[in-house]
Design a protein around this ligand. Structure first.
Ligand code: MG
Length: 457
């Protein structure tokens, strides 16, 4: 079955509203997901449903409810909340699964469904394939007397916040006494009703922008440095200790230093890991495209970094098997195992405040102790021929590099790396390189472009 313009990934389906993403598509995938969850749940029928603040969210929400009811699932709707709150609620209620209606950091015209399994993790490749088989076959529907019910749960966000504040190594009283001045940009996403509550419970004095959770994003909602101009100004104008930006579904956190500099989203996980590894023993798990600043942090803590294929669930499942206390992605996605195995910006914010408390010095000074790297990202049209020939050629060209082939090809040297991988959702090949200087990173990208382009000709 072909869905024009629809991006069907392992743990989600997304598209532009009014184009590929229609209520009919949402209903089909929600029903298929519900049938999948019921079939493997051993009698559980509950599915947790939440959404971000997108304008199309209230339109899709009743569609998701009805689709789930139609296959016999009971719906527990947790309202407009961060995606990690939905994941936690699935665990909390021992539900058969969860659906988050969110297109994460994608622009305003997008929406999506994210599929959460009974453990609170996103579906992995095998689970996603099983579910899609049901979506594309005959979805088993319930008869009139087996239809599911719908109930509301208004406590999910509060429970999420309470779990964060109860983390054993979080010195809530100490953080409160510091009265950190925090500038906050929630980009009119679901964070607008969540982040201020958490930060005020941590005693922070807030200067806020874009808190109205109406989904009318005032700037591109991905919390990357180029989108944080307003926040940087707010930090300086309001004399804040730190600036924090989250994406619309609040699983990514980016930081601005007290000097008004966006320090780069790779530093969020690095700093959170620096803090956690003081209190917990174990390895760090991240993906193959994350900055090597995390390796410096690991070395400092006397541990090592394990790299998983790109995709939150790949990192989360590897964290589970390695018993890693901390992990996540370089895009600002922090995963703290003892809270749950999902990217969680609120817990990231709490960990960073604890780090500021323990360090007793400004964020810019903490960062200054580490080498700086430059990441350069490029994309090329995907050649029709398999990329294996390119990978082999590159391995031969760089015999001194360590090669990792879990997910495309990653070549690593002591102070630089390059990662070449086909996108899972677009017909492109991504080339990402990191080195101590921009010129060196650009050279690595050029070295890898050439054989990919040659294959395309
Ligand atoms: Mg997100």
């Amino acid at each position: 079955m072909a869905y024009e313009g629809l991006m069907v990934g392992v743990s989600g389906v997304r598209g532009r509203v009014g184009e590929a993403l229609t209520p009919e598509i949402i209903a089909k995938f929600a029903a298929g997901f519900g049938a999948w969850a019921l079939a493997r749940s051993g009698g559980k029928t509950l599915i947790v449903v939440g959404r971000d603040s997108r304008v199309s969210g209230p339109m899709f929400q009743p569609v998701v409810h009805a689709a789930l009811q139609s296959v016999g699932c009971d719906v527990l709707d947790v309202g407009m909340v961060p995606t990690p709150t939905v994941q936690l609620a699935v665990e909390h209620h021992h539900a058969a699964g969860g659906l988050a209606i969110t297109a994460s950091h994608n622009p305003i015209e997008w929406n999506a469904l994210k599929f959460i399994g009974p453990s609170g993790l996103f579906l992995d490749a095998a689970e996603g394939a099983e579910m899609r088989q049901i979506v594309e076959g005959n979805i088993p529907r319930a008869t009139w007397d087996k239809l599911g019910t719908v109930a509301q749960d208004k406590d999910a966000a509060r429970e999420h916040i309470e779990k964060i504040l109860a983390l054993p190594f979080l010195d809530v009283d100490g953080i409160r006494k510091k009265e950190f001045r925090v500038a906050l940009d929630c980009v009119r996403g679901a964070g607008g009703v969540f982040m201020p509550v958490l930060l005020e419970l941590l005693g922070c004095k807030l200067a806020t922008i874009n808190m109205e959770p109406d989904g009318r994003f005032p700037h591109s909602p991905e919390p990357i440095a180029e989108n944080l101009g307003e926040l940087k100004k707010l930090v300086v104008d309001s004399h804040c200790d730190i600036g924090m930006a989250v994406d619309p579904d609040v699983d990514r956190l980016a930081l601005v230093s007290e000097e008004g500099i966006a320090i780069g989203e790779d530093y969020t996980l690095a700093l959170a890991a620096k803090l956690v590894l003081r209190h917990r023993k174990g390895v760090i798990v991240t993906n193959l495209s994350t900055s090597r600043i995390i390796d410096d942090i690991a070395r400092e803590a006397g541990t090592r970094v394990i790299r998983a294929p790109v995709g939150e669930v790949n990192v989360a499942t590897r964290m589970r098997s390695e018993k890693a206390p901390i992990g996540g992605e370089g895009n600002g996605g922090v995963i703290l195992s003892e809270l749950h195995l999902g990217r969680d910006a609120p817990v990231g914010a709490a960990l960073i405040l604890q780090l500021l408390l323990e360090e007793g010095k400004p964020l810019s000074k903490i960062i200054a102790a580490y080498p700086r790297y430059v990441i350069v990202k490029d994309k090329l049209d995907r050649p029709a021929a398999p990329l294996d020939a390119v990978y082999e050629a590159l391995k031969r060209a760089f015999p001194d590099a360590e090669a990792d082939t879990q997910d495309g090809l990653r070549l690593t040297w002591p102070d630089r790396w390059v990662h070449i991988r086909p996108s899972g959702t677009e017909p492109i090949v991504r080339v990402i390189a990191e080195a101590p200087t921009a010129a060196a990173a650009q050279q690595l990208v050029r070295d890898c472009r050439q054989p990919v382009e040659a294959l395309g000709r």
